[in-house]
Design a protein around this ligand. Structure first.
Ligand code: UD1
Ligand code: CA
Length: 476
């Protein structure tokens, strides 16, 4: 509690410390062609989590060291940071050295943050900075007690309790590997002095890389004290080096996101079966039933009923709407709308106030007016449908002629009968009727009835005639 309170009081203040995010590595252990920095973790590119932790801690300037897949990383992380290129990935020490030029004018602290640790939060970074100030050292290293420290550097101490050096997993002896006191890859350093010591790092290790972690031994040799900040909650420090760790980190981020939402009055029936990105916002009194996946920039207002079984990505949902067992992608649902079960909205569908989109209805790039009912088995694509119009079961807009997409415009208060085929480009004007089973390819004028189907013929006595014919055939 005390920690939270002090973290909050420091929250509004900015800091002159500069964030340096190391994100040039390939992420070999991920076994993927995608650069690790851009993989999406609970809705955000991995390296963007690091940037947001820095910005959230009040750092006004953040440098991102890029290399592997640099252009992709820039694109994914965004334009509110400064990029520094590390031409060759020669290790974390070399990565920080690549930022020396960009930091030439900086007199003061930098906070080095690994680009692959998305669980870090601003209060912890601020606590690292406070410890660093108190220590008054050139370097302060963040450490944590890990239950499973495999893969992390381990802290080795001198007899007097001061930090001696950090040994990497691969270079550690079996006894050293049993140490649970780990370097978690976050540091505070003083500029410009730190760059002088960085130059003394050598590559005499298993990976033949410049390890940033060797800064501890270098400073020690130069009789410089090194501060240690112990992260009070190891969960904040986990890095992602493998697909398994990717899933674990996402599970933690989801849990945190849902706890935050529930604290604000969102009802989540079963957090275990609910998947929510960190970027999602949900209003109070909305209930999320089991089996929902809610992603990206989705915003759900209050008083809605979502699920069971719905997937929403970059969706906007107005208040008191209901979405049951549906896919809603890049689409907007206004208040009081009901969608599903088994509906699919995509590519900029807009469903206006109180409309009802029922089972097996797909709406693509269409504007559906207020109070419209399309309740069964329909495809509406590249269309505009006026308010209070009824779309019968099995109505299809034929928007694609094999070469391009064409628009269908249906007016207000129309009645489009069941099983109709509307061949676009087409306009059905206000208050008109389209007879069931019609194939319509000409404008339907306002207030008229369009019928486009072959006339029904009834043949009285035909069944009896057929029976007689069959009997005769059998007799032969
Ligand atoms: C590093 C630390 C280890 C620590 C762990 C915490 C070193 C040598 N080891 O190991 O002590 O326990 O982080 O998560 O620092 N990067 C570059 N350029 C490079 C190499 C790496 O920008 O040339 C970036 C990577 O993109 C990554 C970060 O630095 O975001 C850490 O690199 P990674 O290879 O994951 O280091 P670890 O083996 O995890
Ligand atoms: Ca790592």
């Amino acid at each position: 509690l005390a920690r939270t309170a002090s973290a909050r009081s420091g929250g509004s203040k900015g800091t002159d410390a500069v964030g340096v995010v190391l994100a040039a590595g390939k992420g070999k252990r991920m076994r993927s062609d995608t650069p690790k920095a851009v993989i999406h973790v609970a809705g955000k590119p991995l390296a963007r989590h690091a940037v947001d932790a820095c910005l959230g801690a009040g750092m006004r300037r953040v440098l991102v060291v890029i290399g592997h897949g640099g252009d992709e990383v820039r694109e994914a992380v965004g334009q509110d940071v400064q990029y520094v290129e590390q031409s060759e990935q020669l290790g974390t020490g070399h990565a920080l050295a690549s930022a020396e030029k960009a930091l030439a004018a900086h007199r003061g602290t930098i906070v080095v943050v690994p680009g692959d640790a998305p669980l870090m939060t601003p209060p912890i970074l601020r606590a690292l900075l406070r410890t660093h100030r108190r220590c008054g050292t050139l370097a302060t290293i963040m450490a944590a007690e890990l239950d499973n420290p495999y893969g992390y550097g381990r802290l080795l101490y001198n007899d007097d309790g001061t930090l001696a050096r950090i040994v990497e997993e691969r270079d550690a002896t079996p006894a050293q590997r049993r140490i649970r006191d780990a370097n978690v890859g976050f540091y505070a350093f003083e500029c410009p002095q730190i760059f002088r010591y960085l130059k003394k790092i050598r590559t005499d290790n298993k990976q033949k890389e410049y390890y940033l972690t060797d800064i501890a031994a270098v400073l020690r040799a130069a009789k410089q004290r090194v501060g240690v900040y112990r992260c009070p909650d190891a969960e904040h420090t986990y890095g992602i080096n493998s697909p398994g760790e990717w899933s674990q980190a996402e599970a933690i981020l989801r849990r945190r996101t849902m706890e935050r939402m529930m604290a604000r009055g969102v009802r989540i029936v079963d957090p275990e079966s609910t998947y929510v990105d960190v970027t999602v916002e949900i209003g109070a009194d909305t209930i999320i039933y089991p089996g929902c996946i809610i992603e990206g920039a989705t915003r759900i207002a209050g008083g809605c009923r979502i699920g069971p079984w719905a997937r929403l990505r970059n969706a906007r949902v107005g208040k008191n709407a209901s979405v049951i067992a549906a896919f809603v992608f890049e689409s907007t649902i206004d208040p009081n709308v009901s969608v599903g079960p088994f509906a699919h909205l995509r590519d900029g569908a807009r469903i206006r106030d109180g409309a009802q989109i029922g089972n097996f209805v797909e709406v693509k790039k269409s504007d559906i007016g207020a109070g419209v009912m399309a309740k069964h088995l329909t495809y509406v694509g590249d269309a505009q449908v006026g308010e209070m119009t009824n779309i019968g079961a099995g109505c299809i807009t034929c928007n694609y002629d094999g070469m391009k997409k064409n628009r269908t415009v249906i007016g207000k208060r129309c009645f489009v009968g069941s099983n109709t085929t509307l061949i676009a480009p087409l306009t059905v004007e206000d208050e008109s009727y389209v007879a069931a089973g019609s194939t319509i390819n000409m404008r339907v004028p306002a207030e008229s009835l369009a019928i486009a189907r072959s006339r029904q013929i009834n043949k009285p006595g035909w069944a009896a005639m057929r029976r007689r014919m069959r009997r005769r055939a059998n007799a032969k």
